[in-house]
Structures are given as C-alpha cells and as structure tokens.
Design a protein around this ligand. Structure first.
Ligand code: ADP
Ligand code: MG
Length: 677
C-alpha cells in the first residue's frame, strides 16, 4: 500500500511474498501462465507468456512464481520500435512491474493468464513505452498541484489526475470486412463511393442499437467487468454503424490501461459474433470519423475535484487557480498538445469539418467567460487598490446557470470545459490515451510550478496570500486570452480568426511532430523529469517512422486494389459495352448506341487516369524511399505521395464504381459495409 500510495520501494523479500500471494490467487482461478503486460510504442499491447511450471534440478515438476519474475523480465526487445535508443545488438529491454495498476486475469477461452502491468525500458533506462513517461508526468503534476492546493488546504497530501475516456468505433460484418483487403490491412477503406444514403437523416444517432451489435456490446461489457473496467455508457453514434462506449472515470494510469485492454477485448469478442470492430479514426470517407474524448480532471486525497467550482469563495478561488492554470498551459504549449494526438490516421479526421480542427483552442462557456472578464476588469494592476470583494467570487450560487450553459456545450472545440472537467476531444479513436495524458499532465504541472513561484514572489513582497493569488490569476487570464474560443470550431471564419490571433493550424503529422523536439519542449520535459532529450528525439523518430509506414501501406494498397480489383472489373465491363455497341452497329442500329458510347468513353477515361496515377504514385514512392532524413521522408510521403495522389486516384476509382455493373465489382460497397448488420 505504501508503494501504491506514496511510491515507496518494494524490497525483494516483500516482492517474493507478494508474488506468492498473486500465484496462489491466480491458481485458485485456474491460471497456468503469467505475463508481463506492456504498451510498446507500436500502439498495441504486448505480452509474452510463461507458465508457472518449471523443472527442479532432479527433474521433478513444480509451479513457481518468485519475486524476481514479478518485478522484472527481459523480453527480447529487438523488434519493438526504439527510435535508435537501442541498437539491435544491444537488444535488451526490461519490463518492470507497475504496482499502481492491479494485475488481472485474461481469460481467452483456451487458457487463463495472470497479466502484470509493467513499464518497458531499455538497458540504459530510457523508456520504450507509453506507460513509463505517463507515470512520471503523473508524479510531476502530483507535486505541483499539492503545492498549489496547500495555499488553500494544508491537509491535501496527494493530487491524482483522473481520466474518463469515450471510445468511438465502427462495427462491420466479418464477411464483408474480409472481402475488403484495405480494411483488413489498414483498418480503413482507401476507396469507396458514398452511399445514396449516408448520415444526412441523422437517424442513427442515439437510435435503438441493432440486435447483433447489442449482443456484441453486452458480451464485451461482461468481459470488461470481469477485468474491473467500469463501463457505463453505450449508444449509437452519428454515423451509420458507429457506436460509443464510456466507463466511469478512474485514475489516469488505470484508465489508460483499461482503455488499451478494452480495445483488445472488443476486437476479440467481435470475432465471436462474426463482427469486426474498426478503431481507425476514419474508416469511411464522407462519413463521420471516430475519436476518443479524454475527460480529465484533478482529484485530491481529501476528496475534492479541483476543477469543480467550489461551495465557498475560498474553494472557488482554488477552483479558479486550477481552471486558469489549465487554460494557460494549453495556451503556452498548444503545439505539444497538437503533437500528442498527431498520427497518419488522425490526420483524416482533424480539421475535416466534422471533428475538432487542427487548431487547439479552449471552450469554457458563457458564464465562466464572464467570470474571467470580471476578474480582468476588476482586479486592478495596483495591488493595494484591489477591491477585496473581488475575492468573494461566488460561482456556486450561479451553478444552475453554469449547468445550463453546459447543456448547450460546444461540440466543435478540441479542448472544452464541461462543468467539472476538461474534455480533450481531438484524441484519435485508435490512440493510446497515454500520449495525450502525458502531455496534458506535464504542461499543467509546469504551469502550476510557475504559478507557485509567481504567487510566492508577491507574498514575499508582503502581499496577502489571496490578493497575490488573484493577481497572478488575472495575469494568466490576460496572457492566455487568445486560446479561448467559444464559436464554431469547424467554420472557415475560425481558421482566419485563429491565424490573426497567431494560433498554429498544423494540418499534417510530419509538421505537427516538430513541436516534440523544440528547445522549449526539451526543457519542459526534462525539468519535469518526464523525458530526457534522447528519449524525446527517439520518440519523434518513432512517430515519423510510424507515419511513413502507414502512408506507405495505404499507398501500396491503393495500387494493389486498383491493379487487381478495380481495373480488371472495369475492363470486363468495358468489353461488355464494346460488344454491345459492335452488335448494335452490325444490326444497323448505330444511332441507338450513342449513350453507351458515351459511358464507354467515360469508363475508358477513368481507367486510363486511374492506371496512369497508380503508376505515377509508385514512382513517387520510390523517390521518397531514397530520402535519408526521416523527417524529410515523412514530409515526402505526406506531400508527394498522399496529398499528390490519394484523392485524385480515389476520384477515378469511385467514379468507376458508379459506372460498372455491380456484378463485376468485387469489393463490398459502402452501402453494404455500413448498412448491413
Ligand atoms: P459526453 O458524451 O456528454 O461527453 P459521457 O457521459 O459519454 O459524456 O462521458 C463523460 C465522461 O467523463 C465519463 O467517462 C465520465 O466518467 C467522465 N468524467 C466525469 N467526471 C470526471 C472527472 N472528474 N474526471 C475525469 N473524468 C470525468
Ligand atoms: Mg464527450
């Protein structure tokens, strides 16, 4: 308990006893194997199972699980991304037990495994996973937030960030899924004409859940409960075949583990129902994409939610301090937040007029906007002239108003205050929330530290504590004004306005990732002991490589599908038309084939264009493959491959889909994928 609560070390003899207890518990549940469960930077979870069974020197069998096996393992790490941190000949990587996340039993039907959540680090101690830096960020914010809390309440000893994620996903029939090589290999359809009916009738949102999907949901929820994942909400989403689930919020580390576990469970349980889950951010063009809202707040060990307006003027001042510090953090480090959610798949979603824009801004609602304006107006620059009544900000009495404001909350904002928490909405549906959570917690930690310094400086000059606090709050409000935006985040007007305000609007991953390796970022992460320079550079490299590979795979898929599915089908139908026209001519009915000739010409044109573009894209890839520098190569893949060819090639293929005989078309169409269940 001391280790979980206060981060104290667990010695070997204690570990041995804990291991014994875990083994006894696991065996009583029919477990035969154990594994260190970790989250490498591939984006999936990893495990390597060992059985408790071993042989003694005399050859007799025993079942053991000792403290060392619990605390540390050495999986062969050479095939996990390390961004150059670990040369393959130095392939050693270690997993180390994270006692703050409970072990669990994975029941996979054919056997049960004791899973021990671990961090994954290199031989020299650099982190190779999502969890290690997250734990460090949580430690950083704990210290910084406790310090600020203690201005108001000396009893607060720990502050724990909380996370409630909302997971959006699509469900499609397994048979149809398997007939789409693009879905199988990339999780996204690279081609596909919009169906006659899409989401325009908005008849799917919150509608009754289709029976087969409902059975699947109940099944994966049961599996989730077995693992202690407190799922609470399920509903249809906006797009046809799109759904959402959400748990009750938990401590960030646990919530992250539970989300990665759930994504795994959903995928496995779907197979039982002959369904497939699509966690990709944008499986279907022209239909809403999927996100993973991260609801985030801070909780004290005294049971206070620091982002919930208080009941007295004093607790309101505490609320305001944390509220304004969060806004300031987003203002100061918005480029890092953008980088934390950047991926090839999320690029299809951000700024695509249905998801948060690539511009990071904060929505706080009408009422709190007014509160901040009041403070700005009424807290004068000169301390001694401060109207002390200003300290009696009574947000509590206005809570009904606040709630009303929030029922009408802005869905277009990437970072919105929703009554008692902030909601980071730009996180992608397939992402590990740890990345976003590491950044949110680190930047707020840093801002709180500076806040404390600023307040202390005023107190040292002889100011009263509350006066000092409200003054620094005012200063921060003024300094971060430009990040606040209450309007429609999807509008073109906002893009222009944001540009005028000097807010970055980085639409593609290779550029968004630059923020990870600026001097400012290196300073921030180092000061808070989250990443050293090497780790940051390695991560930057890994993210760029992931981007390159994803775009490369999709580009290959497009060419493959065009070559072996689309063009052959188009040519078969072209031949049918040619024969038909020839026949009519032979019969002397030339004048009746005008329309068919027109169609034939169109088809021929699209065939020519599609094969021309596919060929050119292959050449463009070859050029990019020769680029040495990873960042330049990623930019090459982004601009010279993806942006230059994806939409253009798709245009011709989707046209062909419209013209060709349905019997010839080998790929399931959108209307089948999203409407058949
Ligand atoms: P909506 O879809 O309206 O945004 P949901 O009810 O689907 O809302 O999700 C809200 C999420 O926010 C839930 O996971 C909930 O547990 C979580 N949440 C509520 N309070 C907090 C908090 N203090 N800290 C973190 N998450 C919270
Ligand atoms: Mg939400």
């Amino acid at each position: 308990m001391a280790s979980i609560k206060a981060g104290q070390k667990i010695d070997r003899s204690m570990a041995a006893q804990i291991a014994n207890g875990m083994k006894a518990w696991a065996e009583s549940k029919g477990v035969t194997h154990y594994t260190h469960w970790f989250q490498p930077l591939t984006g999936t979870t990893a495990e390597k199972h060992d059985s408790f069974f071993t042989l003694k020197s005399d050859g007799s069998p025993v079942e053991t699980f000792d403290g060392d096996a619990l605390i540390q393992q050495e999986p062969d790490a050479s095939s996990f991304p390390s961004g150059g941190l670990r040369a393959t000949f130095e392939a050693r990587g270690y997993t180390a037990w994270d006692p703050s996340s409970p072990p669990f039993i994975m029941d996979e039907g054919w056997g049960r495994t004791l899973c021990i959540p671990t961090i994954f680090i290199s031989y020299t101690g650099e982190s190779l996973d999502y969890k290690a830096p997250l734990l460090k960020a949580l430690e950083a914010i704990n210290q910084a937030a406790v310090d600020v809390c203690n201005y108001f309440d000396r009893n607060v000893e720990t502050v724990t960030p909380t996370l409630g994620w909302e997971q959006e996903y699509f469900v499609v029939d397994e048979g149809l899924f398997n007939a789409r090589p693009d879905l199988v290999l990339s999780g996204r359809t690279v081609f596909g004409h919009s169906p006659a009916k899409g989401q325009q009738l908005e008849d799917h949102y919150f509608g009754s859940i289709p029976e087969r999907v409902y059975a699947f949901m109940r099944d994966f929820e049961t599996e989730a409960y077995k693992l202690g994942i407190p799922l609470r909400t399920r509903h249809n989403e906006v797009a046809p075949a799109q759904f959402e689930c959400a748990p009750i919020f938990e401590e960030v580390n646990l919530a992250v583990d539970h989300n990665t576990l759930l994504m795994d469970i959903m995928t496995r349980v779907a197979a039982r129902h002959k369904l497939r889950v699509l966690l990709h951010e944008k499986p279907f063009a022209g239909i809403n994409g999927s996100g993973k809202h991260n609801n985030w707040s801070l909780a004290t060990d005294t049971g206070v939610n620091l982002l919930a307006p208080g009941k007295t003027p004093k607790t309101n001042l505490m609320f305001l301090a944390f509220f304004v510090n969060t806004i300031k953090a987003v203002h100061d480090y918005n480029d890092l937040l953008r980088a934390s959610i950047a991926s090839a798949s999320n690029d299809f979603r951000l700024g695509a007029n249905e998801a948060p824009p690539a511009i990071i801004s904060v929505f706080i609602g009408q009422y709190l906007t007014k509160v901040l304006e009041d403070i700005k107006e009424r807290v004068t620059k000169k301390m001694d002239e401060t109207d002390e009544s200003m300290l009696k900000i009574d947000i509590h009495r206005s809570i009904p108003e606040l709630l009303m404001d929030n029922t009408d909350r802005n869905r277009t904002s990437p970072f919105a205050f929703t009554g008692n928490k902030f909601e980071f909405r730009a996180v992608g549906s397939s992402a590990n929330c740890a990345n976003a959570m590491t950044v949110v917690n680190t930047i707020v930690a840093q801002t709180l530290k500076t806040f404390k310094k600023d307040v202390d400086a005023l107190i040292e000059k002889g100011e009263k504590k509350e006066i000092a606090i409200i003054h620094v709050i005012r200063e921060y409000i003024v300094a971060s004004e430009k990040i606040l935006f209450e309007g429609d985040g999807y509008s073109e007007a906002w893009e222009k306005e944001a540009e005028r305000r000097g807010l970055p609007n980085v639409k593609t991953t290779p550029y968004a990732l630059d923020a990870m390796v600026t001097e400012k970022a290196k300073h921030l992460f180092e000061q808070n002991n989250v990443y050293n320079h090497l780790e940051l550079e390695a991560r930057h490299e890994i993210e760029l490589e992931k981007y390159i590979k994803k775009v490369q795979i999709e580009s290959r898929l497009m060419v493959d599908l065009a070559t072996n599915h689309i063009l052959p089908a188009a040519i078969r139908y072209q031949n049918t038309l040619i024969e038909n026209i020839r026949g009519l001519r032979e019969l002397g009915l030339s004048e009746t084939c005008a329309q068919r000739t027109q169609t034939l010409n169109k088809i021929s044109e699209h065939i020519n264009q599609a094969s021309q573009l596919a060929g050119e894209m292959v050449e463009a890839r070859k050029v990019c493959n020769n680029i040495e520098n990873t960042r330049e190569k990623a930019i090459g893949y982004c601009e010279k491959v993806k942006e230059a060819y994806f939409d253009r090639l798709r245009y011709h293929v989707d046209k062909l889909e419209q013209y060709i005989d349905d019997r010839e078309w080998t790929l399931p169409k959108y209307r089948e994928l999203v409407f058949l269940r």
